[in-house]
Structure formats: C-alpha cells, structure tokens
Design a protein around this ligand. Structure first.
Ligand code: GLC
Length: 459
C-alpha cells in the first residue's frame, strides 16, 4: 500500500488546508478513517456524496437467474460446475433493456445502482480477456451487460457501483474456502494466478466503463475459518484507488473495517443489530455505513419468491437506515428473460413517489443528534432537524394519540436546540413548541396513519 500512502499523505495536507476534512467531520465522517488509513480529499468528498444519496438499488443477475433458485444455486443444489457452465450456452435474456432497468432504479428515488459484475459462480457479465466464461464469449446473447448498464446509468444520472465476488466456484486456481466444495473443482492450487486474475478484471472494470462509484466486494467469509488467509486487500484496494481515485471501496466481510475501505457494509441487518448472527465487528464511527437487504427473499431471481416488500415497508426500512446514519442498498433479482418482477418495481415506484415529496428529510441528511427513539428516528441537515414518527413504533405508545388519552406532545432531548419554527412536513401546519435547557417539547397532536409522519424543525 506504499503508493496509496504517498497519495494520502499529499492529499491529506491539501484537505486540511481547504477545510474539506473538517467540514465532513461535522457532517458525520471523522477526519481519520480507519486507524492508519487516511482517505484522500477526493475520497472524503465522495464519502459525503455517498451518504447524501442514502438509497441505492442492488441487482443480482447472471446465468444462475435461469435456474430460479437464487444466486447460490450451484452450492445449494451441490451441482457440478462443469455441468452448470453449460447454462451459459442457453443464456439469452431476450427482454433485457438496460434503459428500462435504470429507469426503474430512478423511479424508486434511488441514486445509485450496485450491479453484480461477477458472482461466486465465476460468470462475468462483461467482456473480459481474463476468462471466456463471460456474457459476450460464452453465451448466444453475446452482449456486454455491464457496458450497457454502466452507459445507461451515466446517461440517466445514476451512480454505478460494481459488486465483485472475491471467490470463484469454477476456477481451478481459486484457493478453496468452505463454500462450493461439491462443485467438482480441485482443491487449493495456484492462488497467485487467481489474484492476478482478480486484479486483471478489476483493471478492466475500472478502465472500460467510465466513472465507477464503488467496488463492492463479497465472499471474504469463505475463508473465515482460516484467519491467516491473505486476500491481498492492500494490493486490491490500492489498485482501485490508483485507477480511479474517486472510487470507494466496500467489503461485505461482516468484520470491522480494514485499512483502505471507505464504506462499512451490513448484510440483512441495520447497523448495530445482529439478527443474522453474521456480524463479527462493531459499527464504524469514521466511515459511511450501508445496509444491504432484499425486497423479497433471495438476492438472485427465485421462482418461489413472490412476496415483495410493500411501498410502506420500503420507506420504513429506508428511514430506519437513515435514522441510524446509514444508506440502504435494496436488492431486486431480475428474471432470466431480462424483465424485472413487477411487484418489486411497483413497490419501488411507490416508494419513489413518497421520496419525491418527502425526500428532503432523507437525502443529504445525517443522523448524529439522537439515536432511534421509541417513536421513530431523527435525521438532520445543516438547516433542519426532521423527526420521523413511525406508525408501527407509535402503535406501541399512546402519547401521540390524544384520542386514546395521550398528550400528543413529544420531547426532543437535544440540549441547546432553539427552533426558529416547527411545522408538519406533510401540511406545512405549524406546531406549538417550547424549548428548555434539556431540549424541546413539541405539540404534534394526533398522528394520522402514514408511511412516516415528519415534523420539520428549523434550527
Ligand atoms: C451474501 C451472499 C451473496 C450475496 C450477498 C449480497 O454474501 O452470499 O450471494 O450476493 O450476500 O449482500
């Protein structure tokens, strides 16, 4: 990581001179990243922009989509890799239209798309000189999916992030971890060539598709029982930062952030929760946070996966993340014919409509003033503090429900907060309030049923 340190040392000086670092500290990112890692001024700026975006869509797509059993089908069905690889010869998503996919992302109000370039099965959705097992060379479809997606994102103003699996169930030179053991591939051999392969592909991804917002790694846990395993992160991360100094690095490894990472990822859990039991680390206070979650059950298309989050659930989850100072990366799994499941698209579009009128309380905000409260969440920007009163949380308390004996008053324990005005975002109607040393008491009255009833406090 020598080169990276050099870049960082120089730009850190520039950053403190311009005050950019100090500014971002106020906006929730510390001037020091992870111990020893000092992100450049550009990265600090990109981290702030990333936090401002708040909402991204994840898409898992590949030849596994054809089997309709999620992206792990090779492992879950203990299928033979050689046999599985023949699906590439039938891969023809005839209705694939990058413009429509990106338009659906845009309609949801999401600001970025994280797309699978190569998943654990080793199939690359792009033209790569490092393997023939790719969408151009191995399929009758013959198209570079990543190129079409990236171009469309650039055109429609959606940031493009690349998911990249660290493991490969098909390659002979991938040093085998605990997964993919029944796919008929050999054991440990030639790891050096595997790392060269990954670096070669990352170089292609960061050279051929314009500006990439983030490289999002996955698969670290394949060697979780081998703590000495060396993923060569220093080389991978500095390669990324060298090729595209604005590109963020994320790794879904479930442990504490490692030097060189610019985002901390939480899988199927909001930061601080561990319902999955996968979380092995804490919550970073120095780099942005992102929770990835699926709108249905699986990440890749699943034939039996017909229950999708409702618009209310999408908004609820997004606001819950925002209230923990985290972004939400919400996944949909496109069908093998290249269409998107309608129910997912409808939910996202409805959530997008809500964001179009309530987005000021989400986009560009941070949540550093107060942790989640029993009634909901608090987000803020430089001018306003937003109280998100969440129906399912309110249902557990009567205080906002005067008709049920509640006071309809809410106390915000932010000492020193002296509002210029307090209004209901929905109606613009003013609320009575009373500041004190300890905080502010606000009369919110009866809270009607809504996705999220927002009180807007002008600071
Ligand atoms: C897990 C799954 C992987 C999926 C990822 C998304 O790591 O193994 O298939 O792509 O989560 O977060």
């Amino acid at each position: 990581m020598k080169k990276l340190h050099r870049i960082i040392a120089v730009t850190a000086l520039v950053a403190s001179a311009t005050g950019a670092v100090a500014q971002n500290t106020q906006r929730g990112i510390s001037e020091r990243g992870i111990d020893g890692y000092r992100p450049t001024e550009q990265i600090v700026q990109r981290q702030a922009e990333f936090q401002d975006m708040k909402f991204g869509i994840f898409m898992h797509f590949g030849i596994y989509s054809m089997l309709g059993s999620g992206e792990w089908v090779l492992q879950t069905k203990a299928a033979n890799f050689e046999e599985y690889s023949h699906y590439a010869g039938a891969f023809y998503p005839s209705k694939f239209d990058a413009a429509r996919w990106v338009a659906a992302v845009k309609a949801s109000g999401a600001k970025y798309l994280t797309f699978t370039t190569r998943h654990h099965d080793g199939f690359s959705n792009f033209k790569t000189s490092w393997s023939d097992f790719n969408s151009v060379d191995a399929t009758p479809f013959g198209r570079d999916i990543i190129k079409e997606i990236a171009e469309e994102c650039h055109k429609q103003g959606i940031a493009i992030h690349f998911y990249y699996s660290l493991l490969d169930w098909g390659r002979d030179d991938y040093p085998r971890g605990w997964s993919g053991k029944n796919t008929g591939r050999p054991g440990r051999c030639g790891p050096e060539t595997y790392f060269e392969f990954m670096k070669g592909q990352l170089t292609e991804l960061l050279t051929n598709y314009g500006e990439i917002g983030c490289i999002w790694f996955d698969g670290h846990w394949d060697h979780q029982y081998d703590p000495d395993f060396n993923w060569h992160y220093d080389e991978l991360y500095s390669l990324i930062h060298e090729l595209q100094p604005n590109c963020l690095v994320a790794n879904n490894h479930h442990i504490d952030p490692i030097e060189g990472e610019d985002i901390q990822v939480f899988e199927r859990d909001v930061p601080g929760e561990n319902t999955t039991g996968w979380v092995k680390g804490g919550v970073s206070k120095t780099i942005p946070l992102e929770t990835c979650q699926t709108i249905s059950k699986d990440w890749g298309y699943d034939l039996n996966d017909n229950v999708h989050m409702t618009p209310r659930e999408v908004v609820r989850y997004l606001v819950g993340c925002a209230g923990l100072n985290a972004n939400l990366l919400l996944n949909i799994g496109p069908r093998p014919d290249g269409t998107l499941p309608e129910k997912a698209v409808e939910s996202l579009a409805e959530a997008g409509k809500w964001l179009a009128t309530h987005g000021e309380a989400v986009y560009g905000t941070r949540s550093t003033l107060l942790p989640p409260q029993k009634w909901g969440y608090v987000t803020e920007n430089e001018k306003y503090v937003y109280l998100h009163l969440i129906p399912d949380m309110l249902a557990k308390t009567s205080f906002c429900n005067p008709s049920q004996g509640g006071s309809g008053e809410i106390f915000i324990p932010i000492p020193g907060l002296k509002p210029k005005s307090v209004t209901l975002l929905e109606t613009g109607q003013p609320c009575k309030f009373k500041p004190s040393e300890q905080g502010v008491r606000i009369v919110v009255g009866e809270v009607p049923d809504s996705y999220d009833w927002i009180v807007k406090i002008e600071r």
